[in-house]
Design a protein around this ligand. Structure first.
Ligand SMILES: Nc1nc2c(ncn2[C@@H]2O[C@H](COP(=O)(O)O)[C@@H](O)[C@H]2O)c(=O)[nH]1
Length: 681
């Protein structure tokens, strides 16, 4: 029978082939192999997936791979058959192209199987390499790789340790140097290690005496008495050469190198043989030199150089950070000393306190209770005296305070106003008096706690003003502008207020409960910040909308805070609501201060605004009209809506604005007459 008739017969009698296949004559392995080969032989060809790693004949799916792995397992035999030649041998090579293993196959493999075996073995080689790298199996291993792996890990652990000490437990320069030296000496197996820092001013390198020992009993002898240093001229020695040139050196025999400086050996009795010396740089600037002396087993190697170079980078980072940290620590100490000195000189003295204590005010000072009162005529003693009187009048029945504390507080507040033309103690006092008059005439406007915050805020609202406004502070990039991003001066005024309250014998609020104390301070901050005229416009707009819409409710916290803020501005600008003589007197000093600022701006090359330009003094009346009608009047109109009794401030402000109108008109006529005259000439 030929093959075709056999096949046809078997097709006609399928049970024959089935009985044969399931009979014991056919092993399970043979049966499985037939089924896998059948699956491979008759699977549908698939288009390779774009970008996929296609094996032979297109992309391998997981099923393909698992089937192919099955074929490999079936056709390979991991028992070593020494007496039978393999049908197919696959070698496994490492990155260095060295054979590290073989797989023998004792049955023929198709091309596809061979390509799979080759791919799998490549990955196997890589996996083997990295697993050895990671576990650095040193048992009996003598390959250079394993030593490198160990060192790499030691180096990376050190670098991690240095980074940790920089970012977690910020340490001083000395601690970092000791850490660095301990590691460096171990890293390259040197007998001694030194770290020199560069003193570029004197062209020297110096080191506190570090003598990093060998072996386990690591120790550091640091000469702490006065921290004596070894200093070299940068023109001397190997370290000096590296510090000057930035070039790393690996010297096998120091005494054969003309750059070597044997002085230290002669001083210490030590014999230097090999030297490995590296520069430490930060942003390209050589800040130091790290030097290893006498490698234990021969000269320093190329490997030591490479590792040392990495180490030197981290060493520089660590030193730089430690240096910054030491600088910050020293600045903090200096700041603390300055603050102590300032605190001592900025508080009132006992003579001033005793002088004020001797004067008792027993009866009511009625004239103080009107806005018209002219504080300008008070003496330097009467202002603090009346400030104490106003505080007592407003708060004796609300607050437990020591009179001595109150006197010290007022006198120290006075002392912390600068002697500038306008924003001085007289201004602070005047604003506090305006608040006193307002609170006295509208006693139910605010709670006692709010009234306390308002009065203290007015007294302190311009503490330590320098006669320059916020715009100037920012333009000139002053330290205060660096600290505060908004309301620069107002935040400083508040900070000064708190600083005074914290001085011994000055805390007039100390008998408040801690909750009340916190609330009162928060209110004081709110009130002082509200005197930033830049904030007034939004406060005014919001409160006008609330009031005009009929929603204003003095019992609502948001409405109360807005009202307090606008009240602070109203008191701050009280000079515009004083009798005309006081208004003109005050405006004189306001513009004196403005012109001082304008002069300072001009000196720094900046053109001052017209209001601060003394060359435009003729524009003053018109500028006052704009200030009164644009800011002051709207402020007092709003206050009068809420507190009708305060309408007097609005009336007086209106009167003063009209007076400025007249002056502006006169000024204009004069300008025109002058211009006509010039035209005639
Ligand atoms: N042009 C004018 N400016 C004035 C006048 N009165 C005050 N001011 C300015 O307003 C603010 C008030 O804030 P302060 O808390 O610093 O006193 C300040 O910039 C003053 O210079 C005036 O009559 N005319």
């Amino acid at each position: 029978m030929d093959e075709d008739s056999v096949v046809q017969y078997l097709r006609d009698h399928p049970n024959i082939i089935e009985d044969y296949i399931v009979s014991p004559e056919i092993s399970n392995e043979t049966f499985e192999r037939w089924s896998v080969r059948r699956a491979i032989k008759y699977k549908k060809p698939r288009k390779p997936v774009p970008g996929s790693s296609s094996g032979v004949g297109g992309a391998w799916t997981d099923l393909d791979l698992s089937m192919k792995r099955r074929v490999i397992l079936e056709t390979s035999d991991n028992r070593v058959k020494t007496n039978q030649s393999a049908d197919y041998t696959q070698t496994i090579v490492n990155a260095g192209n060295q054979t590290i293993g073989e797989i023998h196959f004792y049955t023929p493999l198709g091309n596809e199987e061979k390509s799979i075996v080759s791919a799998v073995c490549t990955w196997a080689a890589a996996a083997n390499y990295f697993s050895e790298l990671y576990t650095h199996k040193n048992e009996g291993s003598d390959t250079q790789d394993h030593e490198n792996i160990a060192k790499q890990r030691k180096l990376s652990n050190f670098l991690l340790d240095v980074a940790r000490s920089i970012f977690f437990d910020i340490v001083s320069m000395d601690a970092v140097i000791i850490k660095v030296m301990n590691f460096a000496q171990k890293l390259v197996n040197a007998d001694r290690a030194s770290l020199f820092l560069v003193d570029s001013k004197n062209k020297q390198i110096y080191a506190r005496i570090f003598d990093v020992g060998t072996g386990d009993e690591e120790y550091v002898r640091v000469n702490r008495e006065g921290q004596k240093e070894i200093r070299f001229d940068m023109s001397k020695g190997i370290a000096g050469y590296v510090a000057s040139t930035g070039e790393g050196l690996n010297i096998e025999n120091a005494y054969e190198d003309e750059r070597f400086n044997a002085d230290v050996d002669s001083k210490t009795g030590y014999t230097t043989k090999s030297i490995l010396c590296m520069p430490i740089l930060i942003r390209g600037i050589i800040i130091g030199v790290v030097q290893m002396v006498n490698k234990k087993n021969g000269p320093f190697t190329r490997q030591d150089e490479d590792e040392f170079e990495i180490f030197a980078v981290y060493c520089g980072l660590a030193l730089h950070h430690a240096k910054l940290y030491d600088k910050i620590r020293r600045s903090e100490q200096k700041y603390r000393v300055a603050l102590e000195v300032l605190a001592y000189h900025s508080v009132c003295n006992s003579d001033e306190v005793n002088k004020l204590k001797k004067i008792e005010i027993n009866n009511r000072i009625v004239e103080l209770e009107t806005i018209d009162f002219n504080g300008m005529r008070l003496s330097e003693l009467e202002k603090p005296l009346y400030a104490v009187y106003m505080f007592k009048t407003l708060f004796s029945d609300y607050l437990q305070f020591e009179t001595d504390d109150l006197i010290r507080f007022v006198l120290t507040v006075r002392k912390n106003y600068r002697r500038v033309a306008y924003h001085n103690w007289a201004h602070g006092w005047s604003v506090a008096h305006a608040m006193f008059a307002t609170l006295t005439n509208s006693p139910d406007a605010f709670s006692k706690q709010e009234a306390l915050a308002l009065y203290v805020s007015c007294l302190c609202h311009d503490l330590d003003h320098r006669g320059k406004n916020n715009a100037y502070m920012k333009t000139m990039s002053t330290p205060l502008a660096a600290i505060y991003s908004t309301s620069v001066m107002e935040r400083h005024h508040f900070n000064q207020t708190v600083t005074i309250l914290q001085q011994d014998g000055h805390n007039i609020l100390r008998n408040l409960s801690s909750e009340e104390y916190k609330q009162t301070l928060s209110l004081i901050k709110h009130c002082i910040l509200a005197t930033d005229l830049a904030l007034f416009f939004s406060n005014k707009a919001k409160l006008n909308v609330i009031f005009d819409s009929g929603e204003f409710d003095i019992n609502r916290q948001e409405h109360r805070l807005l009202t307090q803020a606008v009240m602070m501005t109203g008191c701050d600008l009280v000079a515009s609501a004083k009798p005309w003589s006081i208004q003109t007197e005050t405006v004189k000093v306001i513009f004196e201060e403005f012109y001082d600022q304008g002069d300072a701006e001009r000196l720094s090359g900046k053109e001052p605004i017209a209001m601060m330009d003394r060359n435009k003094a003729h524009m003053l009346p018109q500028m006052q009209v704009e200030f009164m009608r644009g800011i002051c009047l709207p402020c007092y109109e709003l206050i009068a809506k809420i507190f009708p009794k305060a309408d007097k401030m609005r009336e007086r402000c209106e009167y003063n604005a009209k007076k400025w109108d007249e002056l502006a008109a006169e000024q204009k006529e004069k300008q025109e007459a002058n211009r006509d005259q010039k035209n005639l000439d």
